[in-house]
Structures are given as structure tokens and as C-alpha cells.
Write a protein that binds this ligand. Structure first.
Ligand SMILES: [Zn+2]
Length: 218
């Protein structure tokens, strides 16, 4: 059948055009064969429509989002993603005011459907005064584990007009990955400015956004 089709079609052409048409036909037939029952067999039926699977089992999958803003003031250290950064201004807050880590904590809690950082670590509680936010993140990771989830990946953005954060990004990723108990390749941190616009652009504050995905532990 395949040869007959090729012969009939190719009869109308010759030379280079014939070769091009032959290549096109071969490509189309290869694509068709890929869609034949052999590949269809590999697709497993979903037990519930729309439920992702891993190894034939329903995959427990969550996404969470976190956002935080802290004011920049004199006389405070600047800590981002657990990394101390030399700067004229630092972030104001009850804990170390690590705005990036706070956004990550909120993203994980959001994925778990478990409220927010203020509910778990209220700023009226003196035990959290000057607390290292990475330690708070570790406690939230314990909550995540207790609920049977592990981190799949984290993507975060810090919005700051200055100082230049690029030299510190990989350290932040390493610190956050260690607290989240994953390899650093699952953590991505970006830094951006607002080109002088808004409260971040005027150097009054820093803001952070974080998105996480969690999967059920095997
Ligand atoms: Zn905060």
C-alpha cells in the first residue's frame, strides 16, 4: 500500500522534486507509525479524569504562591534567602525580615492550604523576635513532610532597586535548597528592579514573590 501510493505520486515528479516529495512521504509515514497502537498501549487510563499519574499511581501535586514586602530602614541587617548582604539599609521586621524567605514560607503554606506565615509565627510572639527566617522555613518543611509532601521546585523573584544582588543569587539558592532539603537545581532565585518606579524603585522597600510546586512523597 505504502509503495503503491509512493509510486503513483512520484510518477508525476522527477529529479530533485521527486526526492523532496519522497522525504516528505517518509516523514509522514513515520509520524503515522508513531501514533499506531504500540504507542497507544503505553498510555495508561486515568482512574479519575484529569488526575496526573506517576508510575500508574495518582500523583499528589500542589502549587503555592507567596508574596511579601518589608520596609528598608537604617540600622538593620539585610538578609535575603538566609544570606547576609552588606548594604546601607536593611529590612525592618520582627524576625530578621528576610523578605525572600518569608515569600517562600507563604508559598509552601499556601500549597498545603495551611494559612500563612503570620498565623504560624505571629509577630506578637517574643520567641520569634529576630528569628532566622531560614529556621522558620525549616519548621514549615517539617509541616510539609508531616502532610506527606516534598518540594518539587521553587521559583522566586526579589524586587530591589539596590544593592546589586547578582553576586549573591547562587548563595541564596543554596541556603534555601538546604532548608527545603532539596538539591539547588530545584531552586531558582531571580532579582529585578522596577526601574525606579514605586516603593521598591524609590528604595523604600523590597518585595519578593515565590511559587512552589509540591509532590506527594512516595
Ligand atoms: Zn515578611
Amino acid at each position: 500500500m505504502q509503495l503503491q501510493v509512493e509510486r503513483e505520486l512520484l510518477g508525476a515528479f522527477d529529479g530533485r522534486r521527486r526526492l523532496v516529495l519522497l522525504r516528505l512521504l517518509q516523514h509522514e509515514l513515520q509520524q503515522l507509525s508513531l501514533r499506531q497502537p504500540a504507542s497507544r498501549k503505553q498510555c495508561t487510563r486515568l482512574p479519575v479524569p484529569g488526575v496526573l499519574q506517576e508510575g500508574g499511581q495518582p500523583l499528589r501535586f500542589r502549587i503555592g504562591f507567596g508574596n511579601d514586602v518589608h520596609r528598608l530602614v537604617r540600622g538593620r541587617p539585610l538578609v535575603l534567602g538566609g544570606v547576609g548582604i552588606e548594604a546601607d539599609l536593611g529590612l525592618q521586621g520582627h524576625s530578621d525580615a528576610d523578605v525572600l524567605t518569608h515569600a517562600v514560607v507563604d508559598a509552601v503554606l499556601g500549597a498545603l492550604g495551611d494559612g500563612d506565615i503570620g498565623r504560624h509565627f505571629p509577630d506578637t510572639d517574643p520567641s520569634f523576635k529576630d528569628a532566622r527566617s531560614l529556621d522558620l522555613l525549616r519548621r514549615v518543611v517539617e509541616v510539609m513532610r508531616g502532610r506527606g509532601f516534598r518540594l518539587n521546585n521553587l521559583d522566586a523573584t526579589v524586587v530591589a532597586q539596590g544593592p546589586r544582588l547578582a553576586p549573591h543569587i547562587s548563595s541564596m539558592e543554596e541556603q534555601l535548597a538546604a532548608a527545603l532539603d532539596v538539591s539547588p537545581d530545584r531552586v531558582n532565585v531571580k532579582a529585578t528592579t522596577t526601574e525606579g518606579l514605586g516603593y521598591c524603585g524609590r528604595g523604600e522597600a523590597m518585595e519578593a514573590f515565590a511559587v512552589v510546586s509540591l509532590v506527594g512523597e512516595e
